[in-house]
Design a protein around this ligand. Structure first.
Ligand SMILES: [Zn+2]
Length: 493
């Protein structure tokens, strides 16, 4: 009897305790608790990747992905969802790329076109010239490359630095190949085991200057060994890319309005790109983080908490063609950039988030650190003040808006980056769930803070940040410096 009474009392006590625990939780903790609950996250990602597949702007798959975005945002409880379309200068699709070594031996080479590279009509018996790593010295050593295919070696890629190195090196090599009147460039894949991936060098979605292919690592090594042995090699090559005029695509934008009595006209952006390359299904890059953005909206809405400021959840298109979608958004919304309190973005697959890169903003470090305290339980509160070119926070940064780009450990991202192997099975769904909690928490915290984490920088302050962080060098390497220097891009003086 007494035991029965005790358990009766306990059973009464539990709901009361639960209510108290809930009341004791801060709004951010409630957002985290909601984020960690089961949701449509896995199913949304499975639909986006396995069913819709790779999503290149201008293709039916990208259109379906935009419809997916509208639908899942609505189901997640957005106050409003709309699309904003913009144009990419050229459309592009690969045809049946082929390259065969025809003399002295015959073998087929595993190769694909570089993305947004021009087509190359079938050519027979083209000499191949090894230009080592493709720098000026290498070209000088190689002699004339006129009318040849230039073969460019690479190291295997293991780190973010390796990847950035690849993007910085290739445009220089292309310049030299164009100058030397080569007919095409052949880049050795940086991944072993015949793995091929999309590589694009054209900033802002224009067509590149020279036809180019990527050759499987092993085949490139074989060709290089044969050349080193003193043989002359000739290839038949055809790169029948379909290149078209400008194409239209759309960003998908959902909103949760801030509290009416507070600052609903100010807002924080949580974004990720929805487009992807099409060799795989764009799961790590960046389907998982597109699904995360949707689930973060769901979690905040379900928590019943309204932040002081509004939050815009944006799925960008055209990222892979050179951040075209986020650039278009910032350009279209330039008049309201003063009202953007911060921009948060994730674009590195499922590698563990360690914290956020603050785009060179030392001035926001203390405020962000304080707001990120709840992320310590996930070991995701380590902020860095570096700045990199590479994803959709870039144009916000150039407008002086504080940006937070997730710093993520490489893990399985780099080997599968833009590759045939970037598929749903690579996504650690439990980890993704945790990242939803982290992204929702920091976004909500910034949106709900009484004070903004920092001001919008002036043109001169931005210029100083670019120089301090050496982002200016990266911008030169990626071919986007002139846009800033001429005032075409970024905050005006
Ligand atoms: Zn990406």
């Amino acid at each position: 009897m007494r035991n029965v009474m005790r358990s009766f009392r306990l059973s009464l006590l539990f709901p009361i305790l639960a209510v108290f625990t809930c009341l004791a939780q801060t709004p951010v903790e409630q957002v985290i608790a909601e984020a960690l609950k089961p949701s449509a996250l896995d199913n949304n990602l499975e639909r986006l990747t396995d069913r819709i597949g790779g999503r290149v702007p201008g293709t039916p798959a990208m259109e379906k992905a935009v419809q997916w975005g509208i639908e899942v945002f609505k189901v997640a409880g957005a106050d409003g969802v709309h699309t904003e379309s913009f144009s990419i200068p050229a459309s592009w699709a690969e045809g049946a790329t082929s390259m065969t070594i025809v003399a002295p031996e015959q073998f087929k080479v595993r190769a694909i076109s570089l993305a947004w590279a021009p087509a190359l009509a079938p050519q027979r018996h083209v000499p191949i010239i090894d230009v080592g790593e493709g720098n000026a010295e290498d070209f000088a050593k190689a002699g004339s490359v006129a009318g040849a295919i230039v073969l460019v070696h690479s190291e295997e890629m293991h780190t973010w630095a390796d990847l950035f190195g690849e993007y910085m090196r290739v445009p220089v090599t292309i310049d030299l190949a164009v100058k030397g009147k080569a007919i095409a460039i052949a880049l050795q894949s940086t991944r072993p085991h015949d793995l091929l991936y999309r590589h694009s060098n054209s900033p802002e979605g224009g067509i590149d200057r020279l036809p180019g292919i990527q050759v499987a690592r092993e085949d490139a090594a074989r060709i290089s060994r044969l050349l080193a042995s003193g043989q002359k090699l000739y290839a038949d090559i055809s790169v029948p890319n379909r290149v078209g005029g400008a194409t239209t695509t759309s960003n998908v934008i959902a909103e949760l309005r801030g509290r009416q009595d507070e600052k609903p006209d100010e807002y924080v952006v949580l974004g990720a790109h929805l487009d992807s390359w099409e060799l795989g299904t764009g799961a790590l890059d960046n389907g998982c983080n597109a699904a995360l953005v949707v689930d973060a909206l769901r979690a905040i809405q379900a928590s019943g908490q309204r932040p002081r400021r509004s939050i815009r959840f944006i799925l960008f298109s055209g990222e892979e063609q050179g951040l075209v979608g986020s650039h278009a958004y910032v350009t279209a919304h330039r008049s309201e950039m003063d009202k953007v309190a911060a921009m948060v973005v994730l674009d590195a697959g499922i590698g563990k988030v360690t914290g956020f890169s603050l785009g060179g903003r030392k001035d926001v470090l203390d405020a962000v650190n304080e707001l990120a305290t709840p992320l310590k339980q996930f070991d995701a509160a380590n902020m860095t003040t570096d700045a990199t070119y590479g994803t959709d926070n870039f144009d916000f940064l150039l407008e002086g808006v504080p940006t937070l780009m997730a710093n993520q450990v490489e893990e399985n991202y780099l080997i599968n980056y833009h590759a045939m192997s970037d598929t749903f099975d690579k996504v650690d769904l439990a980890r993704l769930k945790q990242h939803v909690a982290e992204a929702a928490a920091i976004t909500f915290a910034i949106a709900d803070a009484p004070q903004r984490v920092g001001p919008r920088l002036t043109h001169d302050q931005i210029a100083q940040t670019l120089s301090e962080t050496h982002l200016d060098d990266q911008m030169k390497g990626f071919g986007v410096w002139d846009d800033w220097a001429t005032g075409k891009r970024g905050r005006q003086k």
